[in-house]
Design a protein around this ligand. Structure first.
Ligand SMILES: NC(=O)c1ccc[n+]([C@@H]2O[C@H](COP(=O)([O-])OP(=O)(O)OC[C@H]3O[C@@H](n4cnc5c(N)ncnc54)[C@H](OP(=O)(O)O)[C@@H]3O)[C@@H](O)[C@H]2O)c1
Length: 212
């Protein structure tokens, strides 16, 4: 059976993916700091491994025997990108799903694009953009995912834009991103070498509807 390594397994999207994959034919290795925060729902399909994505040795141990790496990380994202790529090369794992953010290519048009810059410039957008460049230059079989502003609505409703298209919409649910990630994990030949913008259809505007 195929095995996926989920980096940042206590993250909000990662937890939905992990739950969704329990009913599928795939094994999961859940990588997180302070692993006592997570318990397996099905020990036959899920294995928990403690580690820090800023530690290459931890990553290499975690990557042994896996087919796909799904990185749901945050924080020191440039260093994490370098180390994940390096550990994948060392261990021979080729398939990577990397969660990034909207705006890394300055692809968000209009007033929403300006608002997004106001919110995310000054350390976040720039570092996520740099991390994405590292992934794109890696020669791994990557898929970069650029979600719109996230909410926790109980819905799966999304559309995709490609690397060289203008970003659409303003928001999307974490459940939708998790659905896309799960679909790629189950169909790893899809979306190789792509950087996907993900938004809820018909949510165009100057900012997400829930922002005052
Ligand atoms: N909020 C938005 O509207 C929005 C929009 C687009 C994209 N995004 C991005 O989408 C990504 C995923 O979203 P999310 O809601 O699932 O985020 P999240 O809940 O914050 O998950 C990120 C995870 O990264 C883990 N992490 C950070 N540094 C780590 C390290 N050195 N080693 C191991 N794990 C580490 C964190 O682990 P700990 O629990 O140990 O801290 C956390 O569980 C994030 O990068 C976020 O910035 C967010």
């Amino acid at each position: 059976m195929k095995k996926v390594l989920i980096l940042g397994a206590n993250g909000q999207i990662a937890k939905i993916v992990s739950h969704d994959l329990l009913s599928e034919d795939i094994d999961q290795r859940l990588f997180l700091r302070r692993s006592s925060r997570l318990t397996t729902k099905n020990p036959k399909k899920q294995e928990i491994i403690e580690g820090d994505a800023l530690n290459q040795a931890d990553l290499e141990v975690a990557m042994k025997g896996v087919d796909i790496v799904y990185a749901n990380l945050a924080g020191e994202i440039i260093e994490e990108a370098k180390l994940v790529v390096s550990a994948m090369k060392k261990t021979g794992v080729k398939r990577l799903i990397w969660i990034s953010t909207l705006g890394i290519y300055d692809e968000v048009p209009g007033n929403y694009g300006k608002w997004n810059h106001q919110q995310l410039d000054g350390g976040y957008l720039e570092t996520y953009a740099e991390a994405a460049k590292i992934i794109e230059a890696s020669e791994l079989d990557y898929t970069i995912i650029r979600p719109a502003w996230l909410d926790n609505k109980d819905e799966i409703d999304y559309e995709l834009t490609q690397r060289n298209e203008a970003f659409k919409g303003t928001e999307v649910s974490r459940k939708s991103i998790a659905h896309l990630v799960s679909q790629i994990i189950l169909n790893p030949d899809q979306h190789i070498g792509e950087s996907l913008g993900v938004n809820k259809p018909n949510t165009d505007g100057d900012k997400p509807a829930w922002v005052k």
